[in-house]
Design a protein. Sequence first.
Length: 138
Amino acid sequence: MPYMKILPFQARTPQEIENAFSTMTKQNAGAVFVAIDAFLNQQGGQIADLATKYRLPSVFTLRESVDVGGLMSYGPSLSDCYRRAATYVDKILKGAKPADLPVEQPTKLELVINMKTAKALGLTIPQSVLLRADEVIQ
């Protein structure tokens, strides 16, 4: 198995994101993984643009960043999470005590791939991965 080194970065401003990409390039990063984070989720477009600029494949947890140019995402379906949250609200409005309701994990995960970004990066996505994708953006 090839050696992999994790280079963690934190960013709380758009400038810090730019700086992180500059540093990643200097440290020969091979890809970018963006975890769920309120600020970073809002900056998906900037991160996707920088990843393409620096020729780094980008993997996100939320599909919205793939919609704006990220390479791929694998994570919970937000629309499904919102639907499930509505059932909790319904139960509470009908008298259930919130403390009595079970805590649930997301039940629907989705894989989304942006082929336009893959092409821009010169990447070939294996057919076996494309067949597993919930959505392939052309």
